[in-house]
Design a binder for this molecule. Structure first.
Ligand code: 6GU
Length: 279
């Protein structure tokens, strides 16, 4: 997978090269290129924003800067060619070879353009799973009051544009959101996590939050590890873990349990655990 990030604060994205993501880069599973939006400015002040039409506070990022930046990153031309690693092939769509959005039979190979914004659709584990199978993800980090809307209408010719939000709060810009989303996506790529089972048992994988975990010592400050975990009975351990997951989810995210009930994904035992009548 190749990730491109366009931002006016390239140094904000340095953590992408550390830890888990850094290891994926070293092992050739992941390529990351961070592009300074100011490379596409045309004036001596390198202006990326201007006052909003219709008035009001703040500034809006300029389509005349974002448009060429997105063109070049899609095609890996101009200033965007710099980040290209020549030792690995990255299939991409040439500017004069744009596929139809719903080409019948053919897979849509336009990159996904992710636009982090509190006004977007919620980013969830399902989003991360969907993006984890993509060849290319391009992230457009806006600051100030956002980016001129025509940029995204126009980019629809070269990208599958998705405006997404991390939650119901406001960040200053998209950079930190990109770090969050990149980590959620990259850890799902096969070979990135050492232990394959470790994401099959994640929170959200089965619609539930994960229950508690324990390690040695068996007794710590007079607190014992639950006996079932020492029983060696794997079926009993699995059942206990699901019970704990159900109880935690019902306590902190009751709407997730309601969704499972609605989808017919709770059995009789699950219900008796939630009602407190299980033996
Ligand atoms: Cl994805 N971006 C920004 N700028 N603010 C946010 C957000 C994203 N999600 C919540 N607030």
């Amino acid at each position: 997978m190749r990730l491109d990030v366009i931002t006016i604060f390239p140094e904000y994205l340095d953590p992408l090269r550390h830890a888990l993501l850094g290891r994926a880069i070293e092992r050739g599973i992941l390529d990351v290129a961070v592009h300074d939006l100011r490379s596409w400015t045309h004036d001596v002040h390198k202006a990326v924003d201007d006052t909003p039409y219709g008035g009001g506070p703040g500034m809006v990022m300029k389509p005349t800067v974002w448009g060429p930046a997105l063109d070049d990153v899609a095609a890996l031309t101009g200033p965007a060619a710099d980040g290209l690693r020549l030792d690995s092939a990255h299939p991409h769509v040439a500017a004069d070879d744009v596929p139809e959005p719903d080409a019948p039979g053919g897979r849509d190979d336009r990159p996904v353009l992710v636009v982090p914004t509190p006004a977007g659709r919620p980013f969830t584990q399902a989003t991360a799973e969907r993006w984890a199978t993509e060849e290319r993800l391009v992230f457009a980090c806006g600051r100030y009051e956002g980016i001129d809307q025509r940029v995204f209408e126009d980019a629809g010719e070269r990208y599958r544009v998705e405006e997404v939000s991390l939650g119901d709060y406001v960040l200053i810009g998209g950079e930190v959101a990109v770090l969050v989303m990149a980590e959620a996506v990259v850890r799902l790529i096969p070979g990135v996590l050492g232990n394959r089972r470790s994401h099959e048992e994640d929170s959200f994988q089965d619609g539930l939050l994960e229950g508690p975990s324990y390690t040695k010592p068996r007794v710590w400050r007079d607190r014992e590890v639950p006996a079932v975990l020492l029983s060696g009975d794997h079926a009993k351990v699995d059942r206990w873990r699901r019970d704990q997951a159900l109880l935690r989810t019902a306590a902190v995210r009751p709407e997730l349990v309601e969704a499972l009930e609605h989808d017919g994904r709770l059995d009789g035992h699950d219900r008796s655990v939630l009602e407190g009548t299980a033996e």
